[in-house]
Design a protein around this ligand. Structure first.
Ligand SMILES: [Fe+2]
Ligand SMILES: [Fe+2]
Length: 364
């Protein structure tokens, strides 16, 4: 079995709290990151051009529809972690740790913006979003605790490396990760609605209301981008948006393929699932991005496959270590770069119209 088919061979699947915290604190190209940015520049955002929509959105978030949602109730049943197939257990834990890191990453960034800012509009928004993400992260950590692998979030805040992104990159990346988060959660939820016998963990029952939080966080970033048309309309920024679309989409596909047993137990075909999630996210992102990836272009899936193979080869080289490992990484890295460039160069679609008020409601 090679590293691609045996996730344990990657040596990255956590088995206890220490390993889980270490895993969460690790930042490779594929792991969820912690971000920092120019908070002063973000504090200067003036929401006047979108004031009416802004106030409506904030009122909805402040009403806190999910206030009581993130609590275990009679629908919660503790999974039989002890007797779970070890590979499935490892991948399920890995999924939860990775989700927790992503949720907590949002929490840290949003809280910091709230702490550093003086602009009441911005501070209020970020405080509301930090509130949600703290709940999400806390709820996942409760679930992990049952498997004795809770992540030390205080330690994580200090130990994890922070990636600096200019504010506009934060908007592109965070907008996309909120919307893709929505699309992932709702797709799993709808699938399990149809296939209740595949409910391998009770946390999925919470995904329906949960993903509405992510959806509205995405709406907030869409509005922030709408305050300044340059952010989405100049040709340079269109190139950046294209870059983030390809990066966020392809990283998700690579990451999902690291968890074959997890998806098998859910009865989910990873390729089908990824296709569906990308289709939804791409459709939603047309509300603010003037370009969309042509997911139907045969070059898209072909090069995605190449990128995944190159990424698996890099993992294998990393596992090998030493000189041979280092040497093996070079061609694998070059192949990955080439595949990414090929994905980036697929002509994009731009035949959609962006309405002035392009707010959306969750509809999947
Ligand atoms: Fe969240
Ligand atoms: Fe979120």
């Amino acid at each position: 079995m090679n590293a691609r088919t045996d996730p344990n061979a990657l040596g990255i699947l956590p088995e206890n709290s220490e390993q889980a915290t270490e895993k969460a604190a690790t930042t490779t190209l594929l792991d969820p990151r912690f971000y920092t940015t120019d908070f002063d520049e973000m504090d200067r955002i003036d929401v006047t051009p979108v004031r009416a929509q802004w106030d409506e959105m904030i009122a909805k978030m402040a009403a806190d529809p999910n206030k009581g949602h993130f609590k275990k109730n009679e629908n919660w049943n503790t999974p039989d972690w002890e007797n779970m197939d070890p590979k499935l257990k490892a991948e399920l834990v890995d999924f939860l740790v990775s989700s927790l890191t992503a949720e907590f990453s949002g929490c840290v960034l949003y809280k910091e913006m709230k702490r550093r800012g003086n602009n009441p509009d911005i501070c209020q928004l970020f405080q509301l979003m930090a509130r949600d993400e703290a709940r999400h992260a806390g709820f996942i950590n409760d679930a992990l605790r049952e498997a004795d692998v809770a992540v030390n979030l205080g330690f994580l805040t200090k130990a994890k490396k922070y990636t600096y992104f200019r504010p506009k990159f934060i908007y592109y990346a965070t907008y996309l990760s909120e919307k893709i988060g929505y699309a992932r959660y709702i797709t799993i939820y709808r699938h399990l609605e149809q296939n209740p016998d595949k409910m391998i963990h009770p946390i999925f029952k919470w995904f329906e209301n949960w993903c509405n939080d992510e959806f509205s966080h995405g709406e907030a970033f869409a509005l922030l981008m709408k305050t300044d048309p340059k952010l989405t309309q100049t040709w340079q920024n269109k190139l950046w948006i294209r870059f983030f679309l390809v990066a966020v989409f392809s990283v998700m596909c690579i990451r999902d393929h690291h968890r074959p047993e997890f998806h098998k137990a859910l009865g989910i075909d990873i390729d089908e699932y990824d296709r569906e999630v990308l289709r939804k996210t791409s459709e939603i992102s047309k509300q603010v991005f003037p370009i969309a990836i042509d997911l139907d272009n045969p070059r898209w899936e072909k090069n995605l496959l190449k990128l995944r193979a190159a990424s698996a080869a890099m993992d294998a080289a990393k596992q090998k270590g030493g000189l041979m490992g280092a040497l093996a990484k070079i061609p694998a890295g070059a192949r990955a770069g080439l595949a990414f460039a090929s994905l980036y160069l697929i002509p994009v679609k731009s035949d959609h119209v962006i309405e002035e008020d392009s707010r959306m409601v969750p509809s999947y």
